[in-house]
Design a protein around this ligand. Structure first.
Ligand code: MLT
Ligand code: MN
Ligand code: ZN
Length: 304
């Protein structure tokens, strides 16, 4: 058995984004058109309901902890149910929340060594003292057990695998490294319960389709509806492809790519505020729902 808590479904910036005056961000501020606010993408997972592991540490982490009683301190004067954090990439929206966790509670940080290297190279992350925060490198395709700060097993096992991605925006322009593992997907398991978490992904390759076939549940990159929607909306110059995010719509999009793959629940996250599917009454939302996809409000808990 596992409990999975959706801490945020939005892409970088969130919904609403601080400086965005687009229709969706305006509605989210004012409660219009049934568009709820959403924090930047992250989920928490627990096998026992007492100890929780975050998948990614979003810039909204402080608010996400405050908003979700599952993550509140329970014992003594200083305590947190957060036993660990697993990072899937080094983007700002995946790591900035680590700075919120600097107050001296013990937890383990799991990430591929490329991402740990980014943290090592940015000394601000030294606020996570090695006395309290163990940094554990993830080997690809090698299942590992998530452990509690006192060394006991959490009941959760994780397998990381590389997915098509790119270096974080703030590292673009350096020497390209074709061997770099920039983005990983995760399989999280407890006995017969399992789910996949893939918050950034540029392509559903045949390998990935095979891997996901028969999965009871998948969280998947839902950044854009259409590759050029930020350009068309006057919000930015980048396509989804340029950002290494597969769009929902279109022949190559995630809706079509997942059609032949047998997956129990398909849940979008890392959804950008430019994506019209945020509107529950939009044709785009109906289209994705008809294809079996869900967008979940922050704070939704799933038992698996
Ligand atoms: C992304 O998801 O592509 C990044 O969060 C973009 C960014 O860093 O602005
Ligand atoms: Mn992002
Ligand atoms: Zn916006």
């Amino acid at each position: 058995m596992m409990r999975i808590l959706v801490l945020g479904a939005a892409a970088g910036g969130g919904v609403p984004q601080w400086n965005c005056n687009c229709g969706i961000c305006r509605d989210a501020r004012q409660g219009g058109n049934g568009i709820g606010r959403s924090a930047q993408a992250s989920v928490a997972v627990s096998a026992d309901g007492d100890n929780w592991f975050l998948i990614n540490a979003s810039p909204d982490l402080r608010q996400q902890v405050t908003d979700n009683p599952q993550l509140h301190p329970r014992h003594g004067l200083r305590h947190s149910p957060i036993a660990g954090v697993i990072l899937t990439n080094g983007d700002v929206d995946a790591i900035a929340g680590l700075l919120t966790l600097r107050e001296g509670s013990p937890f383990t940080l799991y990430a591929h060594d490329n991402v740990l290297g980014i943290l090592r190279a940015n000394s601000i992350f030294n606020v996570l003292s090695p006395v309290h925060v163990k940094r554990q490198p993830i080997q690809l395709e090698t299942p590992f057990a998530l452990t509690l700060p006192d060394g006991r097993p959490s009941g959760l096992d994780v397998t990381a695998f590389a997915v098509p991605g790119k270096v974080p925006l703030y590292l673009e322009g350096g020497e390209p490294n074709p061997d770099a593992v920039d983005t990983v997907g995760l399989l999280v398991e407890n006995g017969d319960s399992r789910f996949y978490f893939i918050a950034a992904c540029a392509d559903v390759t045949p390998d990935l389709a095979r891997r996901l076939s028969g999965a009871p549940m998948v969280f998947f990159d839902g950044t854009l509806w259409q590759d050029d929607e930020m350009i068309k909306g006057g919000l930015g110059a980048k396509t989804g492809r340029r950002m290494a995010h597969l769009s929902m719509a279109g022949a190559q999009g995630s809706i079509e790519s997942f059609r032949p793959i047998e997956v129990g629940r398909k849940i979008y996250l890392h959804i950008n505020n430019s994506n019209p599917a945020w509107n529950p009454d939009s044709p785009e939302r109906h289209q994705l729902a008809q294809a079996g996809w869900e967008i979940l409000p922050d704070g939704t808990e799933i038992s698996l």
